[in-house]
Every structure is written in structure tokens, then in C-alpha cells.
Design a protein around this ligand. Structure first.
Ligand SMILES: *[C@@H]1O[C@H](CO)[C@@H](O)[C@H](O)[C@H]1NC(C)=O
Ligand SMILES: *[C@@H]1O[C@H](CO)[C@@H](O)[C@H](O)[C@H]1NC(C)=O
Ligand SMILES: *[C@@H]1O[C@H](CO)[C@@H](O)[C@H](O)[C@H]1NC(C)=O
Ligand SMILES: *[C@@H]1O[C@H](CO)[C@@H](O)[C@H](O)[C@H]1NC(C)=O
Ligand SMILES: *[C@@H]1O[C@H](CO)[C@@H](O)[C@H](O)[C@H]1NC(C)=O
Ligand SMILES: *[C@@H]1O[C@H](CO)[C@@H](O)[C@H](O)[C@H]1NC(C)=O
Ligand SMILES: *[C@@H]1O[C@H](CO)[C@@H](O)[C@H](O)[C@H]1NC(C)=O
Ligand SMILES: *[C@@H]1O[C@H](CO)[C@@H](O)[C@H](O)[C@H]1NC(C)=O
Ligand SMILES: *[C@@H]1O[C@H](CO)[C@@H](O)[C@H](O)[C@H]1NC(C)=O
Length: 765
């Protein structure tokens, strides 16, 4: 499988569990509180994990038939408690006798889900959050990805202070990677491949580096988006030229390589997250994911909960499985789940047909325009499935010297280009499938080629059908700024989350389409076999690219507000997000036919707005205990709770708990679709972080079919840090049959200086 093409690698979640002979890698979660308790006679000298290993060896040695040594991959100690090991099913059964055993899950392979963006986000050198005094370089961002290209100019360490003394990380040696590759900017780098090699076999060192060095490019790109240096004159083959910079360009970077050619295993990812938290990162950025599962069986959710409990802010990509409903992943409420949208920059092309009609597309092809050339629709130029330009489907004599129109789907975009090229085509039009609407991703083509939206595709196919000698030309217009933005990307995964419908997911959107960032010079940009171009910056798309934007912004907030919890930072980013575009109209969804307004199930609270996020007025804070109470309200049993709490929590048995009471900065409301005059009431508590004496008045935009009552309607603060609570009642009115399954609205607290906005999403069930 090619992991590289923008769409594939942004993508998805094929989870596979693969057995090697009779043994398989399992991730074992333990309740460490039970381990220490039962073995206290052995004294306090031994830490819990050594006690655990002792009793495990004891149990396994009682197995008479199976005397094979235990193949231990990792011990997890910080953000989760447990270990990963190669075990037979029989051994797994035996291990259930271990004191403190919680669960054993087979290892799985997950997939990775790509600069002008600072200016688009309103960040300007010397101003606001990018004002020197507030730009402390004490914040450390951990990037769990495909590694890093350490020599890149984005990671040079000139004019940066000493590494913070609290840092416990290190620079691990390996193929083409030594201690000398780390510096005061890239302060740590580690590689995790034990789980991967168990499933796939030893890493082929002609195809990847068995070290933190990045072969793929994805990790270098995401790391530089979060915290790369200011680099002037960055560009991709002359396009998008300008200042490239990470969102938090003074932050330190630590790279945790856990993703390899064929993906990332859970066991390696958990080891990376566990290590990163122990090393002392402040922010974790994960541009990867799997299928949505209940939190107690989702290893990423479990490990990131441990990270958040340790004060680490975690942001994850929402996935690239949009625009299908309920495709969002990484939806646990302690995670910042990031969707992807377009910025105001594009790489437009003009396709002109023989009849004079023109269409706008998008491409990163850096060569000259084509002449007016014969145009052929691929389905008439080859065999079965030729419309998709699949392998060996095109007949050279029908394609030679022509521009070929290929349909999106089945094979990768890169493969289509390769097919057209091999068959002697002179150019390619890549037509969107209907479902992706007017999405326009820019690819780094090596022949004159462009993507086109679904409506252009339809018109072009009609034209070809009705004309004897159809022709087309493609003009490449370079880099254009000032487009209406943001616009939601079609590929960005959508809510509602099937796992936690009580929380709106994704949480927020950030730039994720056609993003310029650092790239390893040895990694060709297109992945075409004949591509020999070496570049320092590449332009790619995905929620993989939007996620590190938010990671970097969280680092900026952390450096200006050292006392804010991960939930407070999340709240600040969410309640200040905007929902109107540059023309003051609602942010549109490019997947919809007529650019209809996007909903909170596409962008959550809206588009990230760093300037306002640093001074949000009020925050909705959430403690670890609040999250655990939320899990209790989902009726998790004690084993499931222990998996997340690591054994250190018992659900209160007399409290009234409902999921909607989690102090989340947005409102997901489930109402009976037949209901009339039934209601739910949620409680929220806000903390004043704005001005000491301030008065907030509530303003509600009621969702269709729902009346909303807030009590009290006015919040008067007298001190900073003061907390005030309010109740909000959602009352279902009689519903008209024609309405959709969802209604949307908002609740806003307004003061003289601040606007604190929460979206409301009602699901009629
Ligand atoms: C490693 O990959 C290269 C290039 O694809 C291949 O030629 C070689 O046989 C592979 N080596 C092993 C041990 O699989
Ligand atoms: C097409 O060919 C490429 C390279 O030869 C291969 O990697 C890919 O899997 C093939 N795709 C399909 C759909 O057969
Ligand atoms: C690569 O280039 C060679 C020589 O120009 C050509 O014969 C071959 O078909 C090309 N391969 C691909 C995959 O484009
Ligand atoms: C867009 O409209 C066409 C008909 O005009 C319809 O067939 C198609 O399903 C619509 N697509 C979406 C995503 O609504
Ligand atoms: C909790 O539920 C899981 C799955 O149904 C079950 O395996 C486990 O034994 C339960 N634990 C308790 C303490 O009931
Ligand atoms: C249990 O949790 C509390 C609060 O979250 C924490 O203060 C305490 O140290 C934890 N105890 C153990 C044994 O982890
Ligand atoms: C709503 O009413 C319809 C028809 O009366 C009934 O079939 C359906 O089960 C009801 N749905 C719920 C969620 O009660
Ligand atoms: C709705 O219910 C409330 C109490 O639950 C009641 O006071 C009110 O009169 C009802 N309204 C209507 C229109 O039925
Ligand atoms: C509403 O939900 C029902 C059942 O959940 C589904 O069958 C229907 O297609 C949905 N309608 C829309 C407009 O999404």
C-alpha cells in the first residue's frame, strides 16, 4: 500500500490485527493501585511495574506446556499502566489471574491521517501572541509521527536559550541519526518500532530509517507547522513563496517516531505517548487515528487521558473520511479534535474547452500552460474502469498527445497521473467524485494536470460526449491570495461522534488544505517513480496538517498562561473561534452542492482565532475528576473506569450524573424526535480570566424546534479566578416532520470586552 499520496495518508483508519504464528502482540492494561496493595510485604523498594513483571513471570512459568520466554515489547508507566508483549492466547488467559489485570487487546495498525497560514490566522511578527516578551521558549511540543529531518533549516537552533532543565528526554541513535542531530530547538528524538516489526518484519532500511529520521516527510511537515523556525523565502518550486513559520516558532520540538511505511501500531504509539509525557512535553500532537471505539477500548483515548491528567494538552486530527456523517475519530472529550479547512491562498488553473467555456481547477504543476489539445474522457480510451485511469487500463494510441479526463476514485491520484504519463498523455484533468463537490486539492504533478470540482467535471463530460473533436487547454496561474475563506474541506471528517454523542465533535477547524511546510530534501514530493525533484518545503493537505496548527497555538497559549489546564486552553481556543468567513457570511461547506453553510458537525465551535484565544474572558475548565464523572455517567463499569483512571477512582454512587453536565465549552443535546414539551437541563461553570469586575449577559440563538432558557441570564464577576455557574434548559417544541435530524444554534456570554461563544447541536433521535 502506498502511504504517501496526500489523500491516502491523511486517511484512515484501516485497523488490522495480525497474528505472527501462534503468538500475537497484546496490550495489557493494569490497575497499578492493586499491584502495590497486594504486594506490600515485598517492601516499597520495588516499583509497581517490577512487582507486576515478577508475578507475571511466576504465572507464566506455571504453564507447563509453554515455557517459551516472555517476549516483552514495552512497559508503560506514565500515561498508562501496563505493558505490551507477544503472547499466545493461552498465555493471555493465564494473565487474567494477574492482580490488577484490566484488559488485553490485540495490537492494531493505525494510519496517518500537510505558509502563509500565520498571516491568515492574524499572527504578525512583534504583535499579540507573536510579541517577543510573551514568546518564552520554555514550551515543549511532542510530535508523534514519522520522525523528523533534523538538518532542516526549520529546526536550526540559532538564537534560542538553553534547553529547559526539567526536560528528561533524549536523542536516540539509529540509522543516520546520532546524538549530534538534536540541538536546542529539536531537543529530543526517539523511535518506536518493536510493535511494528513484530507485525511487518524488520524495517527494510532502503525504504525507511530505523531511527527517528523521517523518510516519509509527514513528520517533518507536521513538526514544522507546529513549531518550525521563521524561514524567509520558503516556497515549493516557486509557489506559495514567503515567510514559513511554525505557529509557535520559539517552542521546542521533540520527535517521537512511531509511524512507519505501513502505518503505526498501537503498542508503539502508546510507548511514544507514555515516553513523551515522562520526558516532560507540554503539548502532544497526533496526526493519526483509527476507527472510533468506546473510550475504554480505544488505546489512544486511554493514553491521551493519562497525558491530560499529567497536564499535557493533546490535539489530534479528526480524520479525512468526510464528508460522510459520523466519520470523526479521536473524539474523546479530553482531546482537541481538529477539522480541516481552506485558507485564502489557492493554486488556480484555468481549463478552457474548445467551445470557449472555462473552469477553475487547482494544481501545483510548475511548468508552462498547454496548447489547445485534443481532449479524451478516459472511459472511452481504454478498458474496464478506464474512467478511473487504473493500472494498464489506458490504450496508448487513444491517449497519446491528448489531455485525459480521469475520475477520482479507486486508485490514488498519483497512480492516475502515472498511467496517463505512461500511455503518452499530454495532460490530465482529475474530476471530483460527486460526493467531494467542489473540493480542490493541489497536487504536485509532473505533467500538466489539474483537479476540477464535480460540477466542472459534469460539464466537461457533457462537452466531450456532444462534440466530435473536443479540445482543452490548461493554464497554470501560480499562487493567488485573497480568496473567500475559510471554507470547510470535503475530506474533513464529520460528527456527530458515534461514541460520545453528548459532545460536539470535531471541536474546531484550522488550516488543512494545500499547506506549505518543511520537507526532507531526500523525499520526492510526488512519490512518482520518475520524480527526481528535491525540495525543502512541500504543499500537502489533510487534517494531519490542521492538527499541528492547533498544537502550536496551544503552545503559544501555554507560554502566556502558564497556569491554564489543558481544558482551559481548549476552552479558550473554542469559545473564541469564528463562524463567519472573510465576507462576513457563514463559513461554507465545499462538499455541499451550493456551498451551503457548514454546521458544527463539520467545524465544531468554528475556525481557530489565536488573537482572541489568548484573552477569552471566561473559560470552561474541566478537571480529571470531572472527566471521570462523565465516564461514570456513561454507565461504564468499574473495570472500564479503571482502564481510564488507572485504578484511582470510584464512581460516586449517589450523585446525579448526566453526560451533558460535563463542563464542555459547547452543547450537544439529544432530544426525542416525537417529543413535544420535554426538556433537558445542563449545568455549566465559567471562570473569569478577563477583567476583575465584569458583567456578562447571555444571548441565545435557538435551534429550530427548541426553546432555550438560561438561568441566571446575567453573570456578575468581581474577581479574577472567580467561578459562577448557570443552568441551561433545552425544551423540545413540537417538531415539523420535514425538518432534518439536527438543529443548530448558539449560546453566547457577552460583556463589554468579550464574546464567549458555544455552539448548540441538537440531535433528534
Ligand atoms: C528492501 O527494499 C528494496 C527496495 O524495494 C528491495 O530491493 C529489497 O529486496 C528489500 N530488502 C528486503 C530484505 O526485503
Ligand atoms: C498499480 O501499480 C502500482 C505500481 O505498479 C501498484 O503499487 C498498485 O498497487 C497498482 N494499483 C492497482 C489498483 O492495481
Ligand atoms: C520513467 O522514465 C523512463 C525514461 O524516461 C520511462 O521509460 C518510464 O516509462 C518512466 N516510468 C514512469 C513510471 O513514468
Ligand atoms: C448535488 O446535486 C445533484 C443533483 O443536482 C445530486 O445528484 C447530488 O446528490 C447532490 N450532491 C450532494 C452532495 O448533495
Ligand atoms: C465490565 O464490562 C466488561 C465488558 O462487558 C466485562 O468484561 C467486565 O467483566 C465488566 N467488569 C465488571 C467489574 O463488571
Ligand atoms: C489518585 O488521584 C489523585 C487525584 O487525581 C492524585 O492526587 C493521587 O496522587 C492519585 N493516586 C495515585 C496512587 O495515583
Ligand atoms: C416516534 O413515533 C413514531 C410513530 O408514532 C414511532 O414509530 C417511533 O418509534 C417513535 N420514536 C421514538 C424515538 O419514540
Ligand atoms: C410544558 O411543560 C411545562 C412543565 O413541564 C408546563 O409548565 C407547560 O405549561 C407546558 N407547556 C405546554 C405548551 O404544554
Ligand atoms: C434521519 O435519521 C434517520 C434514522 O436515524 C435516517 O434514516 C434518515 O435518513 C435521517 N435523515 C436525514 C435527512 O439525514
Amino acid at each position: 500500500m502506498v502511504l504517501w499520496t496526500p489523500l491516502l495518508f491523511l486517511a484512515f483508519m484501516a485497523t488490522t490485527s495480525i497474528a505472527s504464528m501462534d503468538k500475537q502482540t497484546y496490550i495489557i492494561h493494569m490497575d497499578k493501585t492493586k499491584i502495590t496493595a497486594s504486594d506490600h510485604t515485598l517492601g516499597n523498594a520495588k516499583p509497581w511495574y517490577e512487582l507486576m513483571m515478577d508475578s507475571m513471570h511466576e504465572i507464566l512459568s506455571q504453564e507447563e506446556e509453554d515455557m517459551s520466554p516472555l517476549e516483552l515489547l514495552y512497559i508503560y508507566k506514565t500515561s498508562i499502566s501496563g505493558f505490551a508483549a507477544q503472547l499466545s492466547t493461552k498465555q493471555v488467559q493465564s494473565l487474567k489471574r494477574l492482580n490488577g489485570f484490566l484488559s488485553a487487546t490485540p495490537d492494531e495498525m493505525l494510519s496517518l491521517h500537510i505558509t502563509h497560514t500565520p498571516q491568515f490566522l492574524g499572527l504578525h511578527l512583534g504583535e499579540g501572541l507573536w510579541n517577543a516578551p510573551t514568546l518564552a521558549s520554555d514550551v515543549i511540543i511532542g510530535i508523534v509521527d514519522t520522525g523528523i529531518w533534523p538538518e532542516h533549516v526549520s529546526f536550526k537552533d540559532s538564537s534560542i536559550s538553553q534547553v529547559p532543565s526539567r526536560w528528561k528526554g533524549t536523542c536516540e541513535e539509529g540509522t543516520k541519526f546520532s546524538v549530534a542531530n538534536c540541538n536546542k530547538k529539536l531537543i529530543g528524538a526517539r523511535a518506536f518500532y518493536k510493535g511494528y516489526e513484530t507485525i511487518v518484519g524488520r524495517i527494510n532500511e532502503t525504504m525507511d530509517y530505523r531511527s527517528p529520521r523521517d523518510f516519509n516527510g509527514h513528520g517533518t511537515h507536521t513538526a514544522s507547522t507546529a513549531a518550525g523556525n521563521l524561514v524567509h523565502n520558503a516556497n515549493f518550486l516557486g509557489m506559495a513563496k514567503g515567510l514559513a513559520s511554525g505557529m509557535s516558532y520559539t517552542s521546542r520540538i521533540a520527535a517521537y517516531k512511531a509511524c512507519w511505511r505501513r502505518g503505526c501500531t498501537n503498542s508503539d504509539l502508546l510507548a511514544a505517548i507514555d515516553r513523551a509525557v515522562a520526558d516532560g512535553v507540554d503539548v502532544l500532537s497526533l496526526s493519526l487515528g483509527g476507527f472510533s471505539k468506546p473510550y475504554y477500548s480505544d488505546n489512544i483515548a486511554i493514553a491521551t487521558f493519562g497525558a491530560v491528567q499529567n497536564g499535557v494538552f493533546v490535539s489530534c486530527s479528526a480524520g479525512n473520511s468526510g464528508p460522510f456523517s459520523s466519520s470523526v475519530s479521536n473524539a474523546a472529550p479530553w482531546i482537541m479534535t481538529v477539522a480541516a479547512s481552506y485558507i485564502d491562498r489557492s493554486f488556480p488553473t484555468t481549463v478552457k474547452l474548445g467551445n470557449g467555456k472555462t473552469f477553475e481547477g487547482s494544481s501545483l504543476y510548475s511548468g508552462k500552460r498547454t496548447k489547445q489539445l485534443p481532449l479524451v474522457y478516459a472511459s472511452t480510451a481504454g478498458g474496464q474502469l478506464a474512467q478511473f485511469c487504473i493500472n494498464d487500463s489506458l490504450v496508448p494510441k487513444l491517449v497519446k498527445g491528448k489531455i485525459v479526463a480521469c475520475e477520482q476514485g479507486i486508485n490514488s491520484r498519483v497512480e492516475k497521473e502515472e498511467q496517463v504519463k505512461n500511455a503518452g498523455g499530454a495532460g490530465m484533468l482529475l474530476l471530483n467524485a460527486e460526493i467531494y463537490g467542489e473540493e480542490l486539492l493541489a497536487d504536485s504533478h509532473t505533467l500538466p494536470a489539474t483537479s476540477l470540482g464535480a460540477s466542472a467535471g459534469k460539464a466537461i463530460k457533457n462537452y466531450v460526449r456532444l462534440n466530435k473533436n473536443p479540445t482543452a487547454s490548461i493554464t497554470f496561474r501560480g499562487t493567488v491570495y485573497g480568496n473567500i475563506a475559510p471554507v470547510m474541506a470535503a475530506f474533513s471528517s464529520r460528527g456527530p461522534s458515534l461514541v460520545g454523542r453528548d459532545v460536539i465533535k470535531p471541536d474546531i477547524t484550522a488550516p488543512g488544505v494545500n499547506i506549505l511546510a518543511a520537507w526532507p530534501p531526500k523525499t520526492i514530493p510526488s512519490l512518482l517513480k520518475n520524480d527526481t525533484r528535491s525540495i525543502l518545503f512541500n504543499i500537502i493537505s489533510g487534517t494531519s496538517m490542521s492538527c499541528p496548527h492547533v498544537s502550536g497555538l496551544a503552545a503559544l497559549l501555554k507560554s502566556t498562561h502558564k497556569d491554564w489546564s489543558p481544558a482551559a486552553i481548549k476552552s479558550a481556543l473554542m469559545t473564541t473561534a469564528y463562524v463567519l468567513n472573510s465576507k462576513r457570511a457563514p463559513i461554507a461547506d465545499i462538499a455541499s452542492n451550493s456551498s451551503k453553510a457548514a454546521t458544527p458537525f463539520a467545524f465544531g465551535s468554528g475556525h481557530v482565532n489565536p488573537k482572541c484565544a489568548s484573552d477569552p474572558g471566561l473559560i470552561y475548565d474541566i478537571t480529571s475528576e470531572d472527566y471521570l464523572n462523565y465516564l461514570c455517567s456513561l454507565n461504564y463499569n468499574s473495570t472500564q473506569i479503571a482502564l481510564l483512571s488507572r485504578g484511582n477512582f470510584t464512581c460516586p454512587n449517589n450523585a446525579f450524573l448526566q453526560p451533558g453536565d460535563l463542563n464542555y465549552p459547547s452543547f450537544a443535546v439529544l432530544l426525542d424526535q416525537n417529543a413535544s414539551n420535554t426538556s433537558v437541563t445542563y449545568k455549566r461553570t465559567v471562570t473569569n480570566v478577563g477583567t476583575p469586575m465584569s458583567t456578562y449577559v447571555v444571548q441565545v440563538d435557538e435551534p429550530n424546534g427548541v426553546s432555550v432558557t438560561v438561568e441566571p441570564k446575567c453573570l456578575k464577576f468581581e474577581n479574577l479566578g472567580e467561578k459562577l455557574s448557570y443552568n441551561v434548559r433545552f425544551n423540545a417544541l413540537r417538531r415539523t416532520k420535514s425538518s432534518s435530524n439536527f438543529s443548530f444554534g448558539s449560546l453566547v456570554w457577552m460583556s463589554e470586552f468579550y464574546t464567549v461563544r458555544s455552539p448548540i447541536a441538537v440531535t433528534w433521535q
